[in-house]
Structures are given as structure tokens and as C-alpha cells.
Design a protein around this ligand. Structure first.
Ligand code: ADP
Length: 315
């Protein structure tokens, strides 16, 4: 694609910020606030975050759809400010919404898309993409006749017509059932094995854990954690102690609020804690000493949900 030496990082971001006016127009806020990260070439990288965290803003800046307020962004070694057109050829973006014309066949859809990138018919790789994404059999079927899974794959195929070395998938499986999700993951892995760097935004921790080597967690415009998936799951060691009480605990109890406990419908107290710092016996004693009568208790390990919530502090 280029004589340039291959970059170590597919994406290099330094202090990237995007400021928007707040909805009332009176103040402003940062949708992205001094975000710095490197995405190594050849990796599968997950950008995780709750709704409104800034994931789409991040992607839109890379895609040239949103103008950054400040900071620096390099795609495949090219500065997005200096080479906005070059960057397009290095990025394939799979949008969230299924923007497929139902009256075109997959082959026509891909040829049209390739045409939009100025790729001559003899240079197109339509057939190859259809094969990789298992759409060869449906090459000439109307898109409206494709199953949900095939449509998702066609979206990925559309993003690949110009052989981008970086593929960005924006919430690829939002609202998709688990079977389809797993199927799509296997195609994403396959594209990665062929050398494509994959960047995935998702709010499903399970998806990130399944696919990504490295995960950055974005919350309120800031990267709150960036680590290998393994490290992330290990070091956010979090456990939950569930205390069965004889009567509804008073939520205003100072110890209960200090421990960040929640009270469920059965009057159980649920407390997340870090076993490296606290232990269940100590927590139990603190709660009992505060006047709550505990009749039984149970300790459960961290769910993926707990890990994510403990990092983004959304209890
Ligand atoms: P995510 O993709 O993680 O859900 P977004 O990047 O879409 O988050 O949004 C981050 C924040 O920026 C949100 O508070 C959102 O309302 C706000 N935002 C996004 N686009 C605009 C815009 N064009 N104008 C004003 N605020 C915006």
C-alpha cells in the first residue's frame, strides 16, 4: 500500500480533546478530555465505556467527521490534520446502523462502495471479501433477503473494500443476540489473523474480554484505565459480600453508606470490596457493630459487570 515503513502503532493519540456546548448553550463540556493512547499495529483493541463516555466522538474524530478541539492524532503514522485524505484509505469503519440498500445484492453493494473509493473494477477485491465473510453464496441475492447475521457481515465487508489495515467497529453487536454476536466475533478474529488491526467500541464487557488483547475504559471523556484484558480482570479484583438481615437496614446508617452498600428488594445488603484491602470478616463486623442484625452472609467473586462498574464508579 505504501513504501513507508510500517508503523508500530496503528493509532497514536496524544492529549486529544473535544469540547461541546452543553444542551442549554450556556456552558461547555469535554466529550473527550486529554485522551492519550496507542493502539499497536495488528492488535484487537477495545474501547469500552458507558453511554455518553465519548466513544463515538473518538471514532468520529479519526474518521474526519468531527473536528477535534485540541491534541494530536496519528493514523498509520499520518497526522490527521496534515493528511486527512490519506487517512481515509487506512481506515475502514463499520457503523452501528445497518445502512445497506435492500435493493442491491452484496456484490453490487461492494462494487458501489469500491467505486466510491475510486477503485477501478480490475483492482477490486469484491470476490475475496465475499469469501472471507462467507457471503459468496449470497453474492447475487438481494440484501433484503439476507439474514441479520449476513447483513452485519455485509456491513463489515463494505468497510473492507479498500483493504484498510485498520478496521473500526462501532458497537458491532448492539442489540444482536448471543449466537450472532459469537458468529461476528469469529469473523473479526479472522480479519485480525489476516493482519487487520481491529478497534472495537462496545459496552459489553463480555465482548471485549472475548476479543480484545487490550482494553481502554473511557468514562466521561477520560481514559480511566488502559491495560491488557488479563491485567484488567486480575487487578480489579472485586468481590461482593451479601448480608442477609433480619429487618430492612437503615440506608442512612453511616457504616452502610461508608461501605457503599446497596439494599436489594429482600433487604439484603450488597457490598463490593477489594479483597486486597478488605476482607469479608472485617466488613461483617463493621456492619454488625453499626447495629444491623445479620442472619447469614455469602461472598461472591467479581462478575464482569462488577469490574466495569467499579472502574467507572456507576453503582
Ligand atoms: P458514546 O459514543 O460513548 O455514547 P458520544 O461520543 O456519543 O458517547 O458522546 C459523548 C458526549 O458528547 C455525550 O454527552 C453527548 O451527548 C455529547 N455529544 C456528542 N455529540 C455532540 C454534539 N454534536 N453536540 C453536543 N454534544 C454532543
Amino acid at each position: 500500500m505504501t513504501e513507508k515503513k510500517l508503523p508500530d502503532n496503528a493509532i497514536d493519540i496524544k492529549d486529544l480533546s473535544k469540547q461541546y456546548k452543553s444542551p442549554d448553550g450556556k456552558s461547555s463540556f469535554y466529550a473527550l478530555d486529554s485522551v492519550s493512547l496507542n493502539i499497536p499495529r495488528g492488535s484487537i483493541f477495545g474501547l469500552l465505556g458507558p453511554n455518553g463516555a465519548g466513544k463515538s466522538t473518538f471514532i468520529n474524530i479519526l474518521a474526519g467527521l468531527t473536528i477535534k478541539t485540541s491534541g494530536k492524532a496519528m493514523v498509520w503514522g499520518y497526522d490527521i490534520d496534515k493528511n486527512p485524505r490519506t487517512i481515509r484509505s487506512y481506515l475502514g469503519i463499520v457503523p452501528q446502523e445497518l445502512n445497506i440498500d435492500p435493493f442491491f445484492t452484496p456484490k453490487e453493494t461492494l462494487n458501489l462502495q469500491a467505486g466510491m473509493y475510486g477503485i477501478w473494477p480490475k483492482e477490486r477485491i469484491t470476490q475475496e471479501i465475499l469469501r472471507v465473510l462467507d457471503l459468496e453464496d449470497k453474492a447475487d441475492a438481494y440484501a433484503r433477503e439476507l439474514s441479520g447475521g449476513m447483513r452485519r457481515r455485509l456491513l463489515v465487508a463494505k468497510a473492507m473494500v479498500h483493504r484498510p489495515p485498520i478496521l473500526i467497529l462501532d458497537e458491532p453487536t448492539a442489540g444482536v443476540d448471543i449466537e450472532l454476536r459469537k458468529q461476528l466475533w469469529s469473523y473479526v478474529r479472522k480479519l485480525n489473523e489476516y493482519g487487520t488491526t481491529i478497534i472495537l467500541t462496545t459496552h459489553y464487557l463480555e465482548e471485549a474480554e472475548e476479543l480484545c488483547e487490550t482494553i481502554a475504559i473511557l468514562d466521561k471523556g477520560k481514559i480511566v484505565r488502559c491495560a491488557s484484558t488479563k491485567e484488567l480482570l486480575e487487578d480489579v479484583e472485586s468481590k461482593t459480600i451479601i448480608l442477609k438481615t433480619s429487618e430492612k437496614p437503615n440506608p442512612k446508617n453511616a457504616v452502610i453508606s461508608q461501605l457503599g452498600a446497596s439494599i436489594d428488594a429482600d433487604n439484603n445488603l450488597k457490598i463490593n470490596y477489594n479483597p486486597k484491602i478488605d476482607n469479608s470478616r472485617k466488613i461483617l463486623e463493621m456492619v454488625e457493630n453499626s447495629g444491623v442484625s445479620v442472619v447469614d452472609f455469602e461472598v461472591v467473586g467479581a462478575s464482569l459487570e462488577t469490574v466495569f462498574l467499579s472502574i467507572t464508579s456507576r453503582k
